[in-house]
Design a protein around this ligand. Sequence first.
Ligand SMILES: NC(=O)c1ccc[n+]([C@@H]2O[C@H](COP(=O)([O-])OP(=O)(O)OC[C@H]3O[C@@H](n4cnc5c(N)ncnc54)[C@H](O)[C@@H]3O)[C@@H](O)[C@H]2O)c1
Length: 324
Amino acid sequence: MKLLVTGGAGYVGSVTSRLLLDAGHEVVVLDNLRTGFRESVAPDATFVEADIADAAQVLTPEAGFDAVLHFAGLIAAGESMAKPELYWHENVVKSLALLDAIRAAGVPRVIFSSTAAVYGNPVELPISENAAKAPTSTYGSTKLTFDLALTSETFAHNLAAVSLRYFNVAGAYIADGYEIGERHDPETHLIPITLQAAAGKRDKLQLFGDDYPTVDGTCVRDYIHVEDLARAHLLALEAATPGEHKIYNLGNGNGFSNLQVVEAAREVTGAAIPVETAPRRDGDPATLVAASDRARTELGWVPQKNTLQAMIGDAWTFYRKHVA
Ligand SMILES: NC(=O)c1ccc[n+]([C@@H]2O[C@H](COP(=O)([O-])OP(=O)(O)OC[C@H]3O[C@@H](n4cnc5c(N)ncnc54)[C@H](O)[C@@H]3O)[C@@H](O)[C@H]2O)c1
């Protein structure tokens, strides 16, 4: 297929581009490099440095794209609470402009990077796709809004849409001479922050709250290896069906506590990683774990790299060579 990958200079988009190219697809990456890196773009992809708001320049009817994989967006929940207008504009207004371009060009399929943040505080665990959607951040609200826009689009215009709701993405793609990983700045994700502490870039790691009703009192989250996540996009492309908006959670199904992450990082890196317990943060649920049975059953998706050791090991390989 001929594919447009928005955000293909970012973490998940660059790893997915690699797998799409290796599977024989033609990939055009569209990215404004706001948080992405030119060197992360797959060397065998065509790169267009542009904003998704201007996607119509690339997504012409003549260009003959078979699908758009839409990764581009702003992703920091904390920042979205301080600058909501930025998130509504970047994640919703611009994504709707992209959707207009998709419709005008007659592109038949869209795969969208949605998020666990659309669910907010879980009412039941594990969280299924049918759970109540009550985002607790502007970030989550913006992603849910575009999910809803996709649903309408499928009914009205026969689009084939798939939303993939990622839980906590971790690890790096280390294979065939490629090393592609996570470089968010500022970093807000636990595993890379833990690796910063392991590398001596921070004196200590702060864990927010140690009195949650979990295995060791620290928050429990569902981590999924970025390579497993990327593979789900290839399966979603095959499963996309005209007139339907399919939605899949992508998680491991196993939660790991913050302390378990630190222990695994100590094991992988051999570093002491000093930890300080800080007060709970507002809005942090004790446990967020996905029910991903639908992706397993309907897409045939089977995550391969489920252990913290695999995720942290690959992240550490990438971090030492490309970030530290
Ligand atoms: N990383 C995670 O843990 C996680 C979890 C759930 C959902 N997601 C979703 O996955 C997607 C990718 O996340 P990521 O971690 O790779 O983020 P990232 O910041 O590494 O990548 C985002 C990319 O989009 C580009 N971009 C942003 N706004 C753009 C615009 N207006 N026009 C063109 N390009 C633009 C950035 O330059 C960057 O390359 C996001 O949509 C995010 O909401 C990520």
